[in-house]
Design a protein around this ligand. Structure first.
Ligand code: SF4
Length: 452
């Protein structure tokens, strides 16, 4: 399904679409309020953007520095060129450990690599331990938002689901009660798992350590109880020095959920005695994006989700309408780089209002990149009808006479044609809009008649 088709489906439930819009706006509003309590907010954003600029300009150097330091710390480092290689590496570690069940904390990268279905196909039980992720896992759905995976579900729906899966009281929608039930259920899974998988928020080149941020402490619980920790990381997650962390951690939680800081920012530097840490560095299209000069800035993304919460299209079309792991404005830049044909409608899922760029903590010029993608896509996957109408409009707009004649013709036609001919099925513009009342004359004629 293209984005417009999927968005149309989402919008069929108008009440839920309105609730989704308002819920995400609430998060955006929290982000605004907390960012205003930091006088140096803009300075932090500039600094974060510059640090990432520096990283992207010598990514190879920082990656090798990180690898060497991580290895010195006793971390086993693996490299994966794509999702397939990443999944094979994870499976080989699990097979070596004779592990049949794992716990996993939130990792967008493993979603991007479709790790869960791959492991399940190979007989491994995967339990997502982030509450939102566990909810969507029960429903066999991917996350609909990178920070708030189950934001599209209301508490009544979760209550029903937990009654079916966890045998909670029917009709009990109390969030505390439901969270406690999930906690007990997950506790059992934590106690049994020999291997825990996490994502990585930041990897520090100078020390070889990495940082995982969660609000629920589920990454820590999984990792500390398991013998083996597998951390999966996109290669763009490098930062040069530990002191840079202060910049990013202050921006991340505030931009993501409007909190002053994420509850757990856990540093992993070396394995405890008798335990193992494996870190998989994954490319999966990132170096190709790095080579695209106009789009390389998108690799600065720290996955805070702020651009989604503010985007009028995301809020009114839902995360699933994007058909990609990372939805919203930043996803609409990243996804066409992975498969331009499949994701050709995404850069058009934007008003180009620039609100995404305004809230981005690392100052990615998101709306400008969306506009760039539109131009690229129009060359190869443009809609024939749109292309022809643009050519026609070009001819009309550059000739005052043609403009006057076509204006007169259209005003006459719109007054006399039946509505069924104006709002016909192929007029997609007219599906959600009504034309204003047609005036009797053009503005130019009116002006010439009325000027003093
Ligand atoms: S593009 Fe910016 S605002 Fe959007 S998720 Fe990434 S860091 Fe956050």
């Amino acid at each position: 399904m293209s984005h417009p088709q999927a968005a149309t489906e989402f919008l069929k439930d108008q009440a839920k679409a309105k609730w989704h819009d308002e819920t995400l706006w609430f998060v955006r509003d929290k982000r605004d309020r907390i960012s205003k309590t930091i006088p140096e907010w803009e300075e932090l954003r500039n600094l974060a953007s510059q640090i990432k600029e520096n990283v992207l300009s010598q990514l190879d150097v920082y990656l090798e520095e990180f690898e060497q330091n991580a290895q010195k710390n006793g971390i086993q480092v693996h490299w994966a060129k794509d999702a397939e290689e990443h999944n094979e590496i994870v499976l080989s570690i699990l097979q070596k450990q004779k592990c049949r069940a794992i716990v996993k904390s939130k990792s967008i990268l493993t979603e991007e690599c479709h790790l869960n279905p791959y492991l399940e196909k190979n007989g491994i039980e995967v339990v997502d331990t982030d509450l939102g992720e566990r909810i969507v896992q029960f429903l066999n759905q991917p996350p609909s938002h990178i920070v708030l995976p189950a934001i599209h579900l209301k508490k009544g729906e979760i209550s029903e689901l937990f009654h079916e899966k966890l045998h909670t009281q029917k009709g009990n929608e109390d969030p505390t009660y439901l969270t406690h039930a999930a906690r007990l259920h997950l506790r059992e899974k934590f106690l049994k798992a020999k291997v825990a998988i996490t994502g990585v928020n930041f990897a520090v080149a100078e020390t070889g350590e990495f940082v995982v941020c969660t609000n629920e402490g589920n990454a820590d619980m999984g990792v500390h109880l398991a013998d083996v920790h597998i951390a999966c990381m996109g290669i763009e997650k490098i930062i040069p020095r530990r002191k840079d962390l202060g910049v990013f951690l202050r921006l991340l939680a505030r931009s993501a959920t409007g909190q002053p800081v994420t509850n757990y920012n856990s540093h992993f530097r070396s394995p405890s005695p008798g335990k193992e840490i494996h870190l998989i560095l994954v490319d999966n299209g990132r170096t190709a994006q790095l080579a695209r000069e106009k789009f390389r800035n998108s690799l600065k993304c720290i996955r805070c989700g702020a651009c989604m919460n503010t985007c009028p299209i995301y809020r009114r079309s839902g995360g699933y309408s994007y058909g990609s792991t990372v939805p919203g404005p930043i996803g609409s830049i990243l996804s066409p780089g992975l498969d331009m044909k499949k994701h050709s409608t995404l850069p058009f899922a934007s008003t180009l209002c620039g609100s995404c760029s305004d809230v981005c903590p690392v100052k990615i010029n998101i709306h400008e990149q969306l506009y760039e993608w539109r131009q690229e896509i129009t060359k190869t996957h443009g809609e024939l009808g749109k292309g022809l109408s643009m050519k026609l409009a070009n001819g009309i707009f550059k000739s005052p006479l043609a403009y006057k004649i076509s204006g007169n013709l259209m005003r006459a036609a719109l007054k006399t044609l039946p509505k069924s001919l104006i709002y016909h099925p192929i007029n997609s513009w007219g599906k959600g809009r009504n034309l204003p009342e047609t005036p009797n004359e053009s503005f130019k004629d009116w002006y010439q008649r009325n000027r003093k």
